[in-house]
Write a protein that binds this ligand. Structure first.
Ligand code: COA
Length: 162
């Protein structure tokens, strides 16, 4: 049976830290679905539409038969079930991620005990990255080239009118 994994996130936008997790998880599965969260979040409005986020990931991630990128709405566990995925991939950057991830882990496992959630420790050089910090740097005219794929850097420059 195919080992299908879902790597969910908001990816607003995707950073080199996410790419690192993708690169390391691909060899472990037959298929990796990068699932872009498109649930409305009034507390943290999206900078990029779901279509833009999906397009940026597709451009940034080398094309491989094993990788799919699409957006999803609704519960992650239901999406994973629809896609026939038994594994969820998550990245842990710092101790501060742990509490939130542990709560999500417990809840997702309650909702679907068959799901296995696998955590990757983020590589040290990416542990300070987050999409929000990237957006703030870009908004204020700083260079993001060392932190995001070049397609994302270009889109950020355009979005903020530089
Ligand atoms: N490198 C760099 N940055 C990373 C990273 C990595 N490896 N991993 C995460 N981040 C950053 C993200 O860019 C994001 O930054 P931001 O907060 O500044 O935007 C932050 O860390 C949080 O990312 P993440 O933990 O992936 O959260 P998310 O909001 O992107 O994704 C979902 C959360 C989509 C997985 C979760 O909300 C979900 O499953 N939603 C569906 C609805 C659902 O099922 N809810 C019930 C859950 S129990």
């Amino acid at each position: 049976m195919d080992r299908v994994a879902v790597y969910p996130g908001t990816f607003d936008p995707i950073t080199n830290g996410h790419i690192d997790i993708i690169r390391r998880s691909v060899p472990l599965f037959d298929k990796l679905i990068i699932a872009v969260n498109d649930n409305p979040n009034p507390a943290k409005p999206y900078l990029f539409s779901a279509e833009e986020r999906v397009e940026m990931i597709k451009e940034a991630v080398s094309t491989s038969q094993k990788i799919e990128v699409e957006s999803f709405k609704g519960l992650l566990v239901q999406y994973a079930k629809r896609r026939g995925a038994k594994f969820i991939i998550r990245g842990l950057r710092a101790l501060s991620d742990f509490e939130y991830e542990f709560q999500m882990y417990l809840m997702n496992r309650k909702l679907n005990p068959e799901l296995e959630i696998i955590y990757f420790m983020t590589s040290q050089q990416y542990s300070h990255l987050s999409s929000s910090i990237i957006k703030e740097i870009a908004k204020l005219g700083g260079s993001t080239i060392n932190f995001v794929p070049s397609v994302v850097e270009k889109k950020l420059l355009k979005k903020f009118g530089y």
